[in-house]
Design a protein around this ligand. Structure first.
Ligand SMILES: Nc1ncnc2c1ncn2[C@@H]1O[C@H](COP(=O)(O)OP(=O)(O)OP(=O)(O)O)[C@@H](O)[C@H]1O
Ligand SMILES: [Mg+2]
Length: 246
């Protein structure tokens, strides 16, 4: 993946705090989160429902703003950036995958993956780059299908291709297997493993599923708004590299 070569970290988070009002009283969701993600690492964030995983991921993605602290993406501080500049960074440098795929229903797989390239400054050979990424995620024979003509696992593959087509500094995934059955979820984790190996993608996955977390190279656990090492129920294991598409 692209890099400015100034730092070994794809992403750094420095002392992030975030509170949200709940019935007038602020509740402290993140109480000083710091972490560093070296390029090419696969990190999992776990923690019970409501522990702030999605909030932290949203702040890393520049979608949400922390009360204090800084997010540094590939050596560039993004937290205090103006919206125009931040929008450009989000498009080019951050790939996001959600539980619910979030594909555009009226566009084909190919068109969904091309879309971020038309927003970015460099849209040379958008069609060719989108097709290559779809082939890479195992969808060579589904380019002209629309989301409703694809299985859940195939839709998530399209979303992953769309997230990676701009060659972002990080891939952020929020419960990427949450809408999939266990076997299809395992296939998506195997795809992540292959993309990490083949492209050197830096991956951060938020999940409450210990099996999914265990596929990562490192696991951090959110407890009371702070990060701690993973609890014992998360056992690190290498996901099997996949054979074909689901
Ligand atoms: N817009 C909002 N206004 C008020 N409170 C919010 C808002 N968004 C999230 N919260 C609260 O922030 C806390 C953290 O939510 P978050 O979605 O980050 O948790 P999570 O770890 O991703 O949970 P899950 O595993 O269920 O996805 C929760 O207590 C939630 O109720
Ligand atoms: Mg969440």
């Amino acid at each position: 993946m692209k890099s400015n070569g100034k730092t070994p970290f794809a992403l750094e988070v420095k002392n992030i705090t975030r509170s949200l009002p709940l019935g007038g009283e602020p509740i402290h969701i993140l109480r000083g989160i710091s972490l560093q993600v070296p390029r090419g690492e696969w990190l999992a964030l776990t923690g019970p429902s409501g522990s702030g995983k999605s909030t932290l991921l949203g702040i890393m993605a520049g979608i949400d703003t922390p009360d204090s602290g800084q997010v540094i993406l590939d050596g560039v501080p993004i937290t205090d950036m103006r919206e125009r500049q931040l929008a450009r960074i989000r498009n080019a440098q951050i790939g996001i995958v959600f539980q619910s795929f979030n594909l555009i229903p009226t566009l084909t797989a190919q068109e969904n993956v091309e879309a971020p390239l038309y927003v970015s400054v460099d849209h040379r050979d958008a069609a060719g780059r989108a097709r290559k990424m779809l082939v890479r995620v195992g969808l060579a024979d589904r380019l002209r299908h629309r989301p409703h003509q694809l299985s859940g696992g195939q839709q998530q593959r399209v979303a992953i291709a769309r997230a990676l087509v701009t060659q972002p500094a990080v891939l952020l995934a929020d419960e990427p297997t949450g809408n999939l059955d266990q076997q299809t979820g395992a296939q998506i984790m195997a795809l992540f493993a292959r993309l990490q190996q083949e492209l050197g993608v830096t991956i951060i996955v938020a999940t409450h599923d210990p099996q999914v977390a265990g596929c990562a190279g490192r696991v951090l656990h959110l407890v009371d708004g702070r990060l701690a090492p993973a609890p014992p129920e998360v056992r690190l294991r290498q996901p099997a590299l996949e054979g074909g598409a689901s």
